[in-house]
Design a protein around this ligand. Structure first.
Ligand code: AMP
Length: 281
C-alpha cells in the first residue's frame, strides 16, 4: 500500500493507473476510521481495480467554534484498516499541501446547502464541495463512494458532480450502525458512558417516526413534536434541527404522501450528532 503526501506525486500515480486501463475507486474521509468507513472501502474494492483512500481533516468545512483542533486522530489504526481492506494508495496530505498560500477558489451550490446542516453550519458545505472537487482532480477516480449518513453531503456531491461535469460515478452506501442502532461516527468517541446511552435518542426517535408513519400518520409536525419529546426525555440533549423533507430537493414537506427524509442533528453534551432515515407511508 502506497502512502502519498504530495499532490503532484498523487496525480502522477493516478495518471499512470489510468493509462494502464485500470478503474479507480475513491473513498474520501477525515480519518479515525470505523466500520462505516470500512463498508465504503469494501464497496470501492468491489467496483474497481485500484482503490484510493484519502485522510484529510479539511479546515475549510469547520467553523471557528467547531472541533477542528480536537477532531480524533489515529493514523496508525487507519492505515491498518486501509491495508486490511485492500487499499492500494492512501492520500495523506497536510493543510498547507491542500490549501497552498493564495488559494482563492471555492465551490458554492445555490440551493442544497440552504437546508438542514447548512443552516446551523454556514459555510460548511462550501468547504466540503471545495475539498471534494480538489480531491476529485487529484485522485482522478472513475467512482467515488460516500455514506448516506451524511445525506445532505451526498446530495450536494451528486449535484456538484453533475453541474461541474465530473466524469465520476457517485455511489451512496447505507449507514452502518452499532448493535443498539447508534449510527457509527468518528465523533462518537467524544461521548462518555452516560452520553453514549443518551445518544440512542436519535435512533429511538427515527424508529418512532417509522412506526407512526406505518400506522398512518401523514403530518410531519406531529412526528417532529413526538420526536422532540423523546429527545427531551434524555439528559444533556438539545435539538439542533429535526426536519422531514423531500429527499431530492431537501425542501420541507407538509404532508407525507411518498418517501421522505427524516433528518436530525442533536447535541449530546457538546457533541453534535446527526442521523437520518428515509420513511415511506
Ligand atoms: P468522515 O470521515 O466522517 O468525513 O466520513 C467519510 C465518509 O464515510 C463519508 O462519506 C461518510 O458519509 C461516511 N460514513 C461516516 N459514517 C458512516 C456510517 N456509519 N456508515 C456509512 N458511512 C459512513
Amino acid at each position: 500500500m502506497e502512502i502519498i503526501k504530495h499532490i503532484d506525486e498523487m496525480q502522477k500515480r493516478q495518471e499512470a493507473v489510468r493509462l494502464k486501463g485500470k478503474k479507480i475507486a475513491f473513498v474520501p474521509t477525515m480519518g479515525f476510521l470505523h466500520k462505516g468507513h470500512e463498508s465504503l472501502l469494501v464497496e470501492g474494492r468491489k467496483r474497481a481495480d485500484d482503490l484510493v483512500l484519502s485522510i484529510f481533516v479539511n479546515p475549510t468545512q469547520f467553523a471557528q467554534n467547531e472541533d477542528l483542533s480536537t477532531y480524533p486522530k489515529n493514523i496508525e489504526g487507519d492505515l491498518a484498516i486501509a491495508e486490511r481492506n485492500g487499499v492500494d494508495a492512501v492520500f495523506l496530505p497536510d493543510n498547507t499541501e491542500v490549501y497552498r498560500g493564495g488559494h482563492q477558489t471555492y465551490v458554492n451550490l445555490e440551493n442544497l446547502p440552504n437546508y438542514l446542516c447548512g443552516l446551523s453550519r454556514p459555510g460548511h458545505f462550501r468547504g466540503v464541495a471545495t475539498v471534494v472537487s480538489k480531491l476529485f482532480n487529484i485522485v482522478k477516480p472513475h467512482v467515488a463512494v460516500f455514506g448516506q449518513k451524511d445525506f445532505q453531503q451526498l446530495a450536494i456531491i451528486r449535484q456538484m458532480t453533475k453541474d461541474l461535469n465530473f466524469d465520476i460515478e457517485i455511489v451512496g452506501i447505507p449507514t452502518l450502525r452499532e448493535h443498539d442502532g447508534l449510527a457509527m461516527s468518528s465523533r462518537n468517541s467524544y461521548l462518555n458512558a452516560e452520553q453514549r446511552q443518551t445518544a440512542l435518542c436519535l435512533i429511538k426517535s427515527l424508529q418512532n417516526a417509522l412506526d407512526l408513519v406505518k400506522n398512518g400518520e401523514t403530518n410531519p409536525e406531529e412526528i417532529i413534536r413526538y420526536s422532540s419529546e423523546i429527545i427531551a426525555s434524555y439528559p444533556e440533549t438539545s435539538v439542533d434541527y429535526l426536519a422531514i423533507c423531500d429527499p431530492v430537493s431537501l425542501e420541507t414537506v407538509s404532508v407525507i404522501s411518498g418517501p421522505v427524509l427524516f433528518a436530525m442533528a442533536v447535541k449530546v453534551g457538546s457533541t453534535r450528532l446527526i442521523d437520518n432515515m428515509i420513511i415511506e407511508p
